[in-house]
Design a protein around this ligand. Structure first.
Ligand code: SF4
Length: 114
């Protein structure tokens, strides 16, 4: 028997747990545009901090040591949002809410995992 559980991550973004794993579900607006799903991004305040609280709560272990900071693999992140409130320096944002002056960290993560 397959058990399907659907969670609301608090941001109207459902996460589906098919018992054997986690699957990210695109937001309705993104899915309708055929665009990519939003993932979370770690930004500048992580540099020099690297607190690791985010690493400990990530259910899919998609946060990696990127040298000067931790980085989220956008291909593996299921957009659950668990890491965001754990960061003591508020370095983590949903991709579409990253402040303009830190948008380079979206590219930094993408390039790291290419
Ligand atoms: Fe991991 Fe954060 Fe992505 Fe959730 S949102 S899967 S905790 S990196």
């Amino acid at each position: 028997m397959t058990v399907i559980m659907i969670y609301d991550d608090g941001n109207q973004r459902p996460v589906v747990d098919l018992a054997m794993g986690w699957y990210k579900v695109a937001r309705d607006d993104e899915a309708s545009k055929g665009g990519p799903t939003v993932t979370y991004v770690i930004t500048e305040p992580c540099i020099g901090t690297k607190d690791q609280s985010c690493v400990e709560v990530c259910p899919v272990d998609c946060i990696y040591d990127g040298g000067d900071q931790f980085l989220i693999n956008p291909e593996e992140c299921i957009d659950c949002g668990a890491c965001e409130p754990e960061c003591p320096v508020e370095a983590i944002y949903p991709e579409d809410e990253v402040p303009e002056d830190m948008e380079q960290y979206i590219t930094k993560a993408a390039n790291h995992f290419e």
